[in-house]
Design a protein around this ligand. Structure first.
Ligand code: BES
Ligand code: ZN
Length: 872
C-alpha cells in the first residue's frame, strides 16, 4: 500500500471574498471554458497562490492589486495527487485586496462529479445536460477555488448557454442577453449569493419543464422535471411548500434566498444534493406520477425533500468547520427529515419506520470492530468520501433523536435557534452545538454526547430485577456490545446513557429516568405489582441494545402476542434478540420462537423489520442443505396476514396498508407460497397483455415473485417492460428484482445487462446487488462479475461512495471463512481507497456469518424439522 503523505489544508495567506465566475459549456464536445475573476485578500506578502484544482487546464492567470499593475503568473504548478495548483508570480503580492484572474478549460466528464454531462433522450434523440455535483471535494473540477467548507465567499455566476436551454444556478436570474460572439447563445447572469462554501455551488444547463408555487413565507418554489413531465413534480412541490414554513418556524430563522429550485437529474450518483437554492435529485427521489408511483416512492420523495431542505439551514447557512463534522450536517438532516415528514404526513407513522431504517442499521454497523467514531479525523478526499456512511447518517440521526428526547423539544429548539443565529453565514463544530444546547437546557450535553460521538460503538444494557414488597429493584449495567459476542476487556469504555423505564401499567409512559454514567447501578421503582412487567427504553430511543434476565424477558413476550407493547417496542425487542443471537449471546432458535409470536402482528414496520431479519437468516441458511425449511417457516409466519390482506386494496385503506400488502405478498411469493405464486403469475400475465394493469404498489412483489420462479421467457418479458418503461421509478423497480431469476445462464444475462447502456450508471450497483442478494448462485456469480469487471466499475465511479455500496452488497452475505480471506486479498491488489473501511467491515461480517452458521445451524435445522412434525 502506498504511504500517504500527511494531508495539509490550504494556506490562508490569500483567501477569496467573491468569485466572479463565467462558464461556457459545450454540450456537443463536452468541454467548457471558464473565466474566474476573484476578489481576494492577501493577508501576508507572498509570491504564490495555492488553490484547489483538478482535471482543469489553466490557460492564463494574473493578479491585479487594487489600484496597481497587473502581474502575470509565470508558472502553474499542478500537484495532481493533492488536487492543488500553485500559481507562481515573478514579484511579491503585497498585503491587501486584489483581483485574481484565471482563464481555464475543462471537460464535461461522465463520472457524475464536478461539472459533468447527464444523458437523456428527447423525441428519440440522445442529448446531454450539463450539471454539477460538488460535495464533498469536486468544485475544484469545475473551477480553481479554495475548496474547503470553512473558506466561504460570495459568488457572481454567469453562464453562456444555447438560447433554447434552461440555465439555473443557486440564485435568481438578474440579466439575460444575447452573447456577442455567437447568435445562438445567451449570457445568463445570476444574483450575488450570500457568503457560502464552494461545495454548495451549482449550475444546470438543459431542457426542463417546471411547476411553480409560492410558500406561505413568500419563497418562490419550482420543481424542474424532464420535458413533458411537469405533472410529476407536483407532489414534491407540495411537500416543499409545506416544508419551508415548517423549518422557518422550527428554526425561527427564515429561508434566506428569494427562490428555491428542486430539479431531477437523469444521471446522478447520490440520492439528492442540497446546493443552496438549487437542490438536485435523482429522478426517483423527486418525481411522482399519481398512477404509476407506489406508496414507498411517495414516502421516499417526502423524506428526501425534507432532508435536503433542512440542509438549507443546517449545513448551508451554518456549515461544518471541516469534514470531521460532516456527521453534524448529515446526522441532523437525517433526523429532522422524519420530524418534517411526520408533520406533513402523520399517517405515515414515520418515526416507527425510523427505528427500522436508521436506528437498527446503525446499531448493526457500529457493533463491528471496524466501525469508527462519529467524529473522525479526515484529510484526503478519499477519506472524506468514506465517511458518507451509516455511521454519519444513521448513527448520527439516532444519537440526535436520543439527545432530543433527553433534552425535550422546547429546550432543544431554543438551543438550535441560538446555534443558528450565532453561527449563521459562518462555520461551526460539534462542540459549538453542544454548547448552545447546554446553555438552553442546563444539562451536561457535551459530557453526555462526547461519549457517543468521540468513541465508536455503543453499550449493551444488562438488566435484572428483584421484587421487594411493592418495589421493583433493578440492577442495570453497561458494557460494550460487540457483534462477535462478549469480551473480557480490561478497559471497557463507558457511555453516559440516558435510560428510561416503563411498566405494563402504562407502556407508553416513562415511569423513571436515569442517566447511567458508570458501569452499573441499582434503580428502585416503587409501586410495581409483582405480575407487572418492566420495559427498558420505551419508544426505542436510547442507542443501545438490551439484555434482560430470562425472567424479565419471559414476562415481556406476551406483550408481543397481545400487542400491549407499543409497535416500536415490539420491533425493538425482536431486533435486539436477533442481534444477540447473531453475537452468540442467545440461541437463534429462541429468536425463531419469538418471531412466531408475531403471527397476529398488524403493524407494517414491525413486519418489515422482522422480514428483513428473516431475509438475513434465509441468506445465511442458503449455505446449508435445509434452506427450503426456513422458506417454509417464512411461509407459515406470513400466511395468516397475507390471507387477511388479500390482493386488492379496500376502501378506507391508507399508505401503511399499501406498504404492508406489498411487503407480505412479496415475501410469500419469494418464499414459494403456492397460492401467491399462482395469483402473481395470473396478474402478471394480464398486466403484460394490457388487460389489467397492475397497481403501482403490487408491481414490485409481483415482478419479484414471477422472476424468482421464472425462466428465460419471464426474463425476456421483464426486460421488455424495462425498455418500454417511461418512468425511471419503473425501470429501477425492475432492475432491483432481476437478480431473483434462478438459472445460472440467466443470472449471467442479468449481470451483463447491469453494465449495458440500458441501465443508468448509478443503478448498475443495485442490479448487481440484487443478483448477489437473491441466492447462493447469485452471490458467487456477482462476486466473480465484480472481480472480472473491476477496472470498468472502479473507473466508472472513480472511488466514490457507490463503489463502497457495490462491494458491500456483493460480498457481505458470504458465510465461509475463506471468502473473507479472498475478499481481503482481492482488495489488497485492487485498490479502492474510499472503500477501505467497507472492505474491512465486509470481511468482519463474513467471519461473523461463518461463526454464526457453525454455532447454530444444527439447532436451527432440528427446530425447523421438529415444528413440522405434529406432537403426538
Ligand atoms: N449531502 C448529501 C449528498 C451527498 C451524498 C453528497 C454523498 C456527496 C456524497 C445529501 O444531503 C444527502 O444526504 N443525500 C442522501 C439522501 C438523504 C435523504 C439521506 C443521499 O444522497 O443518499
Ligand atoms: Zn444530507
Amino acid at each position: 500500500m502506498p504511504e500517504r503523505r500527511p494531508f495539509v489544508r490550504l494556506p490562508t495567506d490569500v483567501y477569496p471574498v467573491n468569485y466572479g465566475l463565467r462558464l461556457k459549456p459545450d454540450l456537443v464536445d463536452f468541454t467548457f471554458e471558464g473565466k474566474l475573476e476573484a476578489a481576494v485578500e492577501v493577508t501576508q506578502g507572498t509570491n504564490q497562490i495555492v488553490m484547489n484544482c483538478a482535471d482543469i487546464d489553466i490557460i492564463t492567470a494574473s493578479f491585479v492589486p487594487d489600484g496597481g499593475e497587473e502581474i502575470n503568473a509565470t508558472g502553474f504548478n499542478y500537484q495532481n495527487e493533492d488536487e492543488k495548483v500553485t500559481l507562481c508570480f515573478p514579484s511579491t503580492l503585497q498585503k491587501g485586496s486584489g483581483s485574481l484572474k484565471i482563464d481555464f478549460v475543462g471537460e464535461l466528464n461522465d463520472k457524475m462529479k464536478g461539472f459533468y454531462r447527464s444523458k437523456y433522450s428527447s423525441s428519440g434523440e440522445v442529448r446531454y445536460a450539463a450539471v454539477t455535483q460538488f460535495e464533498a471535494t469536486d468544485a475544484r473540477r469545475a473551477f480553481p477555488c479554495w475548496d474547503e467548507p470553512a473558506i466561504k465567499a460570495t459568488f457572481d455566476i454567469t453562464l453562456i448557454v444555447p438560447k433554447d436551454r434552461v440555465a439555473l444556478s443557486n440564485m435568481n436570474v438578474v440579466d439575460r442577453k444575447p452573447y456577442a460572439e455567437d447568435q445562438s447563445l445567451v449570457e445568463v447572469k445570476f444574483a450575488t449569493t450570500p457568503i457560502m462554501s464552494t461545495y454548495l455551488v451549482a449550475f444546470v444547463i438543459g431542457e426542463y419543464d417546471f411547476v411553480e408555487s409560492q410558500s406561505s413565507d413568500g419563497v418562490t418554489v419550482r420543481v424542474y422535471t424532464p420535458v413533458g413531465k411537469a405533472e410529476q413534480g407536483k407532489f414534491a412541490l407540495e411537500v416543499a411548500t409545506k416544508t419551508l414554513p415548517f423549518y422557518k418556524d422550527y428554526f425561527s430563522v427564515p429561508y434566506p434566498l428569494p427562490k428555491i429550485d428542486l430539479i431531477a437529474i437523469a444521471d446522478f450518483a447520490a440520492g439528492a444534493m442540497e446546493n443552496w437554492g438549487l437542490v438536485t435529485y435523482r429522478e426517483t427521489a423527486l418525481l411522482i406520477d399519481p398512477k404509476n408511483s407506489c406508496a414507498s416512492s411517495r414516502q421516499w420523495v417526502a423524506l428526501v425533500v425534507g432532508h435536503e431542505l433542512a440542509h438549507q439551514w443546517f449545513g448551508n447557512l451554518v456549515t461544518m468547520e471541516w469534514w470531521t463534522h460532516l456527521w453534524l450536517n448529515e446526522g441532523f438532516a437525517s433526523w429532522i427529515e422524519y420530524l418534517c415528514v411526520d408533520h406533513c404526513f402523520p399517517e405515515y407513522d414515520i418515526w416507527t419506520q425510523f427505528v427500522s431504517a436508521d436506528y437498527t442499521r446503525a446499531l448493526d454497523l457500529d457493533a463491528l470492530d471496524n466501525s469508527h467514531p462519529i467524529e473522525v479525523d479526515v484529510g484526503h478526499p478519499s477519506e472524506v468520501d468514506e465517511i458518507f456512511d451509516a455511521i454519519s447518517y444513521s448513527k448520527g440521526a439516532s444519537v440526535i433523536r436520543m439527545l432530543h428526547n433527553y433534552i425535550g423539544d422546547e429546550d432543544f429548539r431554543k438551543g438550535m435557534n441560538a446555534y443558528l443565529l450565532k453561527f449563521q453565514h459562518k462555520n461551526a463544530s460539534t462542540e459549538d452545538l453542544w454548547e448552545c444546547l447546554e446553555q438552553a437546557s442546563g444539562k451536561p450535553i457535551a459530557a453526555v454526547m462526547n461519549s457517543w460521538t468521540k468513541q465508536m460503538g455503543f453499550p449493551i444494557i444488562v438488566v435484572d430485577q428483584e421484587q421487594h414488597g411493592s418495589d421493583r429493584v433493578l440492577k442495570i449495567s453497561q458494557k460494550k456490545f460487540c457483534a462477535s459476542g462478549p469480551r473480557n476487556d480490561e478497559d471497557c469504555p463507558n457511555w453516559m446513557v440516558p435510560i428510561s423505564i416503563c411498566t405494563s401499567e402504562d407502556p407508553s409512559c416513562t415511569k423513571t429516568k436515569i442517566l447511567l454514567d458508570q458501569p452499573e447501578t441499582t434503580v428502585n421503582i416503587t409501586n410495581v405489582a409483582p405480575d407487572h412487567w418492566i420495559k427498558i427504553n420505551p419508544g426505542t430511543v436510547g442507542f443501545y441494545r438490551i439484555q434482560y434476565s430470562s425472567a424479565m424477558l419471559e414476562s415481556l413476550l406476551p406483550g408481543i402476542r397481545d400487542l400491549t407493547l407499543l409497535p416500536v417496542d415490539r420491533l425493538g425487542l425482536q431486533n435486539d434478540l436477533f442481534s444477540l443471537a447473531r453475537a452468540g449471546m442467545i440461541s437463534t432458535v429462541e429468536v425463531l420462537k419469538v418471531m412466531e409470536a408475531f403471527v397476529n402482528e398488524p403493524n407494517y414496520t414491525v413486519w418489515s423489520d422482522l422480514s428483513c431479519n428473516l431475509g438475513v437468516l434465509s441468506s445465511l441458511l442458503s449455505h446449508t442443505d435445509f434452506h427450503e425449511d426456513i422458506q417454509e417457516f417464512i411461509r407459515d409466519l406470513f400466511t395468516p396476514i397475507g390471507m387477511k390482506l388479500g390482493w386488492d386494496s379496500r376502501t378506507g385503506e391508507g399508505h401503511l396498508d399499501a406498504l404492508l400488502r406489498g411487503l407480505v405478498l412479496g415475501k410469500l411469493g419469494k418464499a414459494g407460497h403456492k397460492a401467491t405464486l399462482e395469483e402473481a403469475r395470473r396478474r402478471f400475465r394480464e398486466h403484460v397483455e394490457g388487460k389489467q394493469i397492475l397497481s403501482a404498489d403490487l408491481r414490485s412483489p409481483v415482478y419479484l415473485t414471477v422472476l424468482k420462479h421464472g425462466d428465460s421467457t419471464t426474463l425476456d418479458t421483464m426486460l421488455k417492460l424495462h425498455k418500454q418503461a417511461d418512468m425511471q421509478e419503473e425501470k429501477n423497480r425492475i432492475e432491483r428484482v432481476l437478480g431473483a431469476i434462478p438459472a445460472p445462464d440467466l443470472i449471467q444475462r442479468v449481470l451483463n445487462f447491469a453494465l449495458s447502456e440500458e441501465v443508468r450508471p448509478q443503478d448498475t450497483v443495485s442490479v448487481i446487488g440484487g443478483v448477489a442478494g437473491s441466492s447462493k448462485q447469485g452471490r458467487k456469480a456477482a462476486w466473480k462479475f465484480v472481480k472480472d469487471n473491476w477496472e470498468e466499475l472502479h473507473n466508472r465511479y472513480q472511488g466514490g461512495f457507490l463503489i463502497s455500496r457495490l462491494i458491500k452488497l456483493t460480498v457481505d452475505g458470504f458465510a465461509i471463512d475463506k471468502m473473507a480471506a479472498e475478499v481481503k486479498s482481492f482488495f489488497e491488489s485492487h485498490h479502492a481507497p474510499a472503500a477501505e473501511r467497507t472492505v474491512q467491515q465486509c470481511c468482519e461480517n463474513i467471519l461473523l456469518n461463518a461463526a454464526w452458521l457453525k454455532r447454530d445451524a444444527d439447532d436451527i435445522h432440528q427446530y425447523l424439522l421438529q415444528r413440522k412434525t405434529p406432537p403426538v
